[in-house]
Write a protein that binds this ligand. Structure first.
Ligand code: AMP
Ligand code: TRP
Length: 338
């Protein structure tokens, strides 16, 4: 039967592996918020993905809830969006098994994120880290998502998802929607403040190089003010390595204010890095403080968060069952009598 609504579906997920950073916010979450009014949206916390690296169980539980609270705090309305935890819905790992049987080892070995993570000294290279893109494909295809808002580093995984979906559709007839990534033109890769040649990561950046959405305002300001810049003084956007620090700060400024980089350059003509950083610190603090306050309030209201999660998971589960039984039937599994 055709879906009653012709509305397109948006889906994305974030791993509860550390504190969400302004990189997550600018690269992905800002888009989640923008898209919530015009689409059917599913935003999940992908806790099963977090298990690819060792986690302290108590902390994992806390971080998972904290990300749900941050989804709401940045402006995702639980009435409009399906907000849920991946492990609350049966079907993700089931579909991943089937998709895994159609994914080549070569495809997985090509994944840049896997190559980077497994090359780190002392890396725990487990099978989950390797097969993780299949679980991500399953997250997306289970809900027939049309669009997937993500930062630059996830583009390759969405492309693999498209390949797997096309392979399945070709072999078993049209089943999955072929998803497209939505990647912001600017801000898809916010860099570490202390080491602007590498990505600002939740867990793999040094503490002082990142800003978490729920950091204390004084700490936020301090980190912006002590961000690495070069020995020059001109506030100019340049693609050279030397200018990576100021380029990153300009990108953050432009994304949080919606003022174009060219205009910002004009505003700071004749001024130095100090003035610019001071203003940027105020801008970031002003944006993050209400998010932190709202998050802190929500974390005190576990009943409310649980109600949001219950309703999010119930509605996601209905969609997941429907797709999973369709896939089971198509690949030749005997239908269970329930
Ligand atoms: P993760 O933190 O790896 O779970 O990523 C969650 C989402 O945030 C994904 O869509 C990432 O692509 C995006 N993201 C993570 N770090 C950054 C960053 N430094 N700049 C822009 N987007 C990011
Ligand atoms: N792999 C993504 C990341 O590391 C998280 C993720 C898991 C995801 N499943 C997803 C993102 C589905 C978008 C859609 O950031």
């Amino acid at each position: 039967m055709e879906e009653l609504s012709s509305q397109k579906t948006i889906l994305s997920g974030i791993k509860p592996t550390g504190q969400l950073t302004i990189g997550n916010y600018i690269g992905a979450m800002k888009n989640f918020v923008k898209l919530q009014n015009d689409y059917e949206t599913l935003y999940m916390v992908v806790d099963l993905h977090a298990l690819t690296v060792p986690q302290e169980p108590k902390e994992l539980r806390h971080k998972t809830l904290s990300i749900i609270a941050q989804y709401i705090a940045v402006g995702l309305d639980p009435e409009k969006n399906n907000l849920f935890i991946q492990s609350h819905v049966t079907g993700h790992t089931e579909l991943a098994w089937i998709l895994g049987c159609m994914t080549g080892l070569g495809d997985l070995s090509r994944m840049t994120q896997f190559k980077d993570k497994s090359a780190k000294p002392g890396a725990n290279v487990n099978a989950g880290l390797y097969t993780y893109p299949i679980l991500m494909a399953s997250d997306i295809l289970l809900y027939n998502a049309d669009f997937v808002p993500v930062g630059e580093d996830q583009k390759q995984h969405v492309e693999l998802t498209r390949d797997i979906a096309m392979r399945f559709n070709y072999r078993y007839s049209d089943t999955f929607t072929i998803p497209e990534p939505i990647i912001p033109k600017s801000g898809a890769r916010i860099m570490d403040l202390q080491n602007p040649m590498s990505k600002m990561g939740k867990s793999d950046s040094g503490e002082s190089g990142r800003i978490a959405l729920i950091d204390e305002p004084s700490l936020v300001a301090k980190r912006i003010k002590s961000a690495v810049t070069d020995s020059g003084s001109e506030i100019k956007f340049s693609e050279t390595d030397e200018k990576a620090g100021i380029r990153n700060l300009l990108t953050i400024y432009a994304n949080l204010t919606e003022i174009s980089i060219a205009e910002i350059e004009l505003m700071y003509e004749g001024k130095g890095y100090g003035d610019f950083k001071k203003d940027l610190a105020d801008i970031v603090v002003e944006r993050l403080s209400p998010i932190k306050n709202r998050h802190d309030d929500l974390m005190k209201n576990k009943d409310y968060l649980e109600a949001v999660l219950k309703s999010g998971a119930e509605s996601a589960q209905k969609k997941a069952w429907k797709m999973l039984s369709k896939v089971y039937r198509k690949v030749g599994l005997v239908q269970a009598v329930r």
